[in-house]
Design a protein around this ligand. Structure first.
Ligand code: MEV
Length: 374
């Protein structure tokens, strides 16, 4: 029985979320928090998807899936709205649903049908996805799902071929990662509407990268950077937040362009700081980064994607002389706190205690820039 295991990292957008949707520069890095997908070949004639973190367990008979009129194929560069409609009807999902966990089912069936449409044998599978990442909190849980799902299904069908790396780890060549990332992006579009592609890219390639106008640059010289992650646990929808910014942009393009350009200027200054430090960020570098993080958070508030719980994190961290901003789509979800290298453990544990007392979840100290999909 074939079994495939794929692990993909979550992501942290350091600077430039939302602006990146408009072609402006953004910087993101992989997190050490990862997701784990198991694909198991079965013999019961069904296709099963288990997402225990969000309470989803669905099963479809392959014979009925084979009979839907699906036109997409692996060669397609984008998804077709008609095919999505066909799949939603087949899976009994409301055509207007914005619920990521339901759209994850749609993306699963979409990739599966695209791969197997022209094949005579459709495999019976059980796919189980679990994650260390909080779901829907801005740390890229859906991108980790999209990327690991694509990698596992493409690997099973023989469209990509995993390689053994030196330290016993298995991953894929850069060429294969381009294919994984393309399908990860298609899933992300199904789940979120009009994403920039930064989330799936960082989950695929890992490390740190800059995205601008859809172009990805690997930030090879990214120094060691530690952050504290804080989850406000306020639920929100990326699709709704991105659409809200779009609405403002359409109404007040001149005003919004100025805000988005300011965010891009922040991203570029931060990039310069990262590039200038060979391994460690200097004290002056941290001072400037702190200012830039504050400015970035305030500009995100101006775009309308803030939340009082995120401002509370910023206010508490400020008391400790630290700087934080929301990360990801905002509206709740997570913030990160910049941790200069000389920050004492005592200070960090007092800060954690104070944030915990407010009911927030805290990951004390995480270094960003881990491995991509494995
Ligand atoms: C979401 O993680 C990041 C956003 O910039 C949307 C996107 O880039 O697709 C808000």
């Amino acid at each position: 029985v074939t079994e495939i295991h794929v692990s993909a990292p979550g992501k942290l957008i350091l600077h430039g979320e939302h602006a990146v949707v408009y072609g402006k520069a953004a910087i993101a890095a992989a997190l050490n928090l990862r997701s784990h997908l198991q694909l198991k070949q079965m013999t019961d004639g069904n296709l099963q998807l288990e997402l225990p973190d969000v309470g989803i367990s669905v099963l479809f008979a392959l014979t009925s899936l084979e009979s839907i009129s699906f036109s997409g194929s692996l060669e397609d560069q984008s998804h077709s709205d008609e095919d999505i409609l066909v799949i939603k009807n087949f899976a009994g999902i409301d055509v207007n649903s914005c619920e990521p966990k339901h759209l994850a089912i749609v993306s699963f069936l979409y990739v599966f049908c695209s791969i197997y449409k022209n094949k005579s044998q459709w495999p019976s599978l059980r796919v189980t996805f679990k994650s260390d990442l909080p779901v829907g909190a801005g740390l890229g849980s859906s991108a980790a799902f999209s990327v690991s799902l694509s990698a596992a299904l493409l690997q099973l069908a023989g469209h990509i071929d995993s390689l053994k790396l030196a330290d016993g780890i298995t991953s894929w060549s850069n060429e294969d990662k381009i294919v994984i990332n393309k399908w990860g992006f298609i899933c992300e579009k199904i789940i979120h509407g009009r994403p920039s592609g930064i989330d799936n890219s960082i989950s695929t390639y890992g490390g740190a990268l800059k995205m601008q106008n859809g172009q990805i640059t690997n930030l090879e010289k990214m120094p060691q950077l530690s952050v504290m992650l804080v989850n406000t646990k306020v639920p929100r929808s990326t699709m709704v937040l991105v659409a809200g910014v779009r609405q403002k942009y359409n109404l007040y393009q001149d005003v919004m362009e100025a805000i988005l350009n300011s965010v891009e200027a922040i991203t570029k200054r931060a990039e310069n700081i990262y590039q200038e430090c060979s391994t460690n960020i200097t004290d002056d570098g941290f001072k400037a980064l702190g200012d830039l993080v504050d400015l970035n958070h305030n500009l995100l508030n101006a775009m309308g994607v803030g939340h009082p719980s995120l401002d509370q994190v910023v206010a508490v961290t400020k008391k400790y002389g630290l700087h934080s901003k929301l990360t990801g789509a905002g509206g709740g979800g997570c913030a990160y706190v910049l941790i200069p290298s000389d920050t004492s453990e005592e200070l960090l544990s007092s800060l954690k205690e104070e944030l915990n007392a407010l009911g927030l979840d805290v990951w004390s100290k995480t270094t960003v820039g881990g491995l991509g999909v494995l």
